[in-house]
Design a protein around this ligand. Sequence first.
Ligand code: FAD
Ligand code: NDP
Length: 488
Amino acid sequence: MEGRQNYDLLVIGGGSGGLACAKEAAQLGKKVAVVDYVEPSPRGTRWGLGGTCVNVGCIPKKLMHQAALLGGMVQDAPHYGWALQPVPHDWATMAEAVQNHVKSLNWGHRVQLQDRKVTYFNIKASFVDAHTVCGVSKGGKETLLSAEHIIIATGGRPRYPTHIEGALEYGITSDDLFWLKESPGKTLVVGASYVALECAGFLTGLGLDTTVMIRSIPLRGFDQQMSSLVTEYMASQGTRFLRGCTPSRVQRLPDGQLQVTWEDPSSGKEDTGTFNTVLWAIGRIPETRSLNLEKAGVHTSPTSQKILVDALETTSVPHIYAIGDVAEGRPELTPTAIMAGKLLAQRLCGQSSDVMDYENVPTTVFTPLEYGCVGLSEEEAVARHGEEHVEVYHAYYKPLEFTVAERDASQCYIKMVCLRKPPQLVLGLHFLGPNAGEVTQGFALGIKCGASYAQVMRTVGIHPTCAEEVAKLRISKRSGLDPTVTGC
Ligand code: FAD
Ligand code: NDP
């Protein structure tokens, strides 16, 4: 074991939150170290510095989503005069390009750490005591690090079902999907939240036979009317849905295919299907198990195993903090992890006393028809304020780009959830349509600043866009009038 090295600030986890925190603190003059170590997935997939978002999350996902959207544009192209024939998609080419981009980001993070004089260790860390961490390298070499402040930003990893025969042996997760060199082929996606629907969406868009197995409802926690429209559109694009089902067994057939058995709720009988790939997208487990948190006295939630934190991201130990996916009650999103990390560094360096505000965090589900939202769902607004105090303005609209291409726009829908009392504070905005992330980002600022319905209505639109439809939402649900937009 090497002699102990001392730092002002030690960050465990080189993902979105950890890197942001480390870079900020180093820029503000602290002596900082980051330790990051990627345990290969059960299928042996491994990757570099940058954490989930860069390697097995947002970045490869959005690029594969883009690949799928391009397929849609190829279909639109003849309507616009491009004499394109339907062309097959080559997974290997896409995967190599995406993986090369991810590798360039890994390298970029290494360089940025070096430039900012942050010491990087590629070691797996665990606590020895409340001020000391021991890191073990791939080769088994141990390093002792101690610091005045320790930040835990170890994120999470996909969960495998423990009780399903063959699940671990034959299934993969999002940790593997983006690094496959060959097409996954006919795929069963188990789960119904962000990861499941986004992956199923782009697999379908790339031309693969894709089925989603939902045990309860899609996109729990989101506005359920919007969620239904998301899956309705996916179904119209060819994604198959098995609802109310959970798998009981996965077996490999002699021809190499995977046979999945599940119970069909309508008949109560067992049903089977064969697939080339089974993708588990059933949630994530926080990376707290191997940290020896008890040696430092850091408390976790007995149910979620996430680290308990207060508003200042402080754990049960005053000089140990937790940010990002590993912290209890935080949204599992990259921008919240980054902002929390930066603000924590600024507080620790005495630069600011600003605390991360987790209210009104915007997000987008990158399904084939993207769903962006910020603030409360209609259900939440009604539950908090009572139906008589909530006004919902809504519209079914047709994106201009859908017209010439003769695309069906049945699910392009917007709703704004407001307080009924003038000036009608906006509680939530829900946008289903092309570029939802781009649209939602700007309106999120308005909502953060306390925008009212009256102010949104006085915002001049940009024509012709889908975003301008938000500023034209005149029909309330309560009026019962037809919310279909018919002209400019
Ligand atoms: P992570 O980014 O997970 O980083 C943690 C790091 O710590 C990892 O590198 C890990 O290997 C390392 N580590 C763990 N234990 C140890 C240890 N003991 N010692 C050393 N190192 C350790 N969010 C969005 O905002 N937009 C999206 O579009 C989006 N898409 C996603 C798509 C998918 C498929 C998934 C899975 C997630 C997606 N997310 C998205 C969520 C986003 O990736 C996470 O919220 C974000 O990465 C969390 O950052 P973090 O810093 O908390 O942890
Ligand atoms: P979630 O925890 O959000 O959802 C888990 C899903 O799996 C639910 O649909 C759940 O169903 C289902 N499920 C759980 N256990 C089982 C089981 N045993 N059998 C069948 N289904 C099961 O997990 P995700 O992995 O989708 O996402 C994790 C987080 O990552 C998200 O909360 C999000 O914050 C982040 N993320 C963000 C993205 C973005 O910003 N675009 C994209 C992807 C991820 P049920 O409702 O019945 O419990």
